[in-house]
Design a protein around this ligand. Sequence first.
Ligand SMILES: *Cc1c(COP(=O)(O)O)cnc(C)c1O
Length: 478
Amino acid sequence: MRKQLEALIFELSSPGRKAFTLPGLDVPETDLPESYTRDQPNLPEVSELDFVRHYTHLSQMNFSIDTVFYPLGSCTMKYNPKVNERAASIEGLTHVHPLQPEATVQGSLELMYKLQEALKEISGFSAISLQPAAGAHGEFAGVLIMRAYHESRGDEKRTKILIPDSAHGTNPASSAMSGFSVVEIPSDERGNVDLEALKQECDSTVVGLMLTNPNTLGLFEEQVLEVCETIHACGGLVYGDGANLNALLGITKPADQGIDVMHFNLHKTFTTPHGGGGPGCGPVGVTEELAPFLPGPYSINEGDTYRLDMPEKSIGRLKSFCGNYGMFIRAYTYIRMMGPDGLRSVAENAVLNANYLKAKVSPFFPVAVDRTCMHEFVSHGDVPGTDVIALDVAKRLLDYGHHSPTNYFPLIVHDALMIEPTETESKETLDNFAEALEKIHQEAHEEPELLHSAPHITPVYRLDEATAARKPVLCYKG
Ligand SMILES: *Cc1c(COP(=O)(O)O)cnc(C)c1O
């Protein structure tokens, strides 16, 4: 199998073979200008069949949601319904030019408007901008909005952003990129923000707090109302990291908890594809007070017509034109297909699946904080009494045909395995995964070498992931 996959298309190349058939020429033949032919790329010459096999093989070398269980914690790798793709390829939407007159793209603007309205209803916020291209981009927008708000009040002594130690790394990065300093707030033994430690940092220099609820331990912040009140009492704002919204859909609204500004991850919660750094969408929602600062343009409705508008004191544009429009279509399709009751059942089943799996997995890999979890839970992935660590377990899971959980995040859990099954998985799949973990736990005691050398069935073994990301080798060097 491995050998076959390595039969790279270049090695199959033979001069004169081709994978295309062009129609007969209906214009006079001429030579190409020299500048077009000078640096001839070294392209393989193969038949259409070899070409098809090459790309089909490549597509099978990766793990994907459409092929295997993908419990990558915090990423909400749920099923992406194919009807979303169907909608996103409707010609009336895909063939629109971004500079077309508004009168000719009313349907596109209406879809944006209705998606904004749906996200408002789901979150409780007063206004939404669909501009940001990812969650981290939405965070950056949110922090700039907080900065613009304080500046508009002449309140310029605020310089620090409070961030719980369980937060995603993008939170401190977004704060630092906006020119603020970051103060870390510890978690208490129940996995909540330590309220006493938070109070000690609350003063007139606080820009705001960045809060993830449920947090990255998969736990609902039990004192969320008091946390938000504490921040507001010192004149700060609360930023909500909405990556974990899947657990709350239709049950509670972030704005009701006291959050002032939040990003959504359409590519997590609302089934637009996620992964590989591909196009995402991280809309921001805000309270009425912060609405004038939103990035723009957004779509507004006047009688029977829709048009793009820039909020009054906007922080500006963050993305070309309207943002990643294809994602708007997919998320809107999903929201309308599910309806309000469907969305609520998403959250209920995501939480049920996570608690079911937690009960099956925790006898072997104990959870970090043992409370009823929301949509995910975090286990210790090492096996005491052996030299097996979480990374070995994660890699061995690939041999059993499952994508591995998130590894070594959140940072506050030793040897973390962060497991998020999502609502779209069947009981059989969850049982199968739990069984694999039980077997791996047994292997750790009996045959630890098997784990240290895993994975055994993938096209490549253990990559140096940092180098692979920073210095990718993308060209064939035969
Ligand atoms: C995924 C995630 C983010 C960042 O979102 P991207 O779309 O990947 O930029 C932020 N916070 C948490 C908790 C996340 O899980």
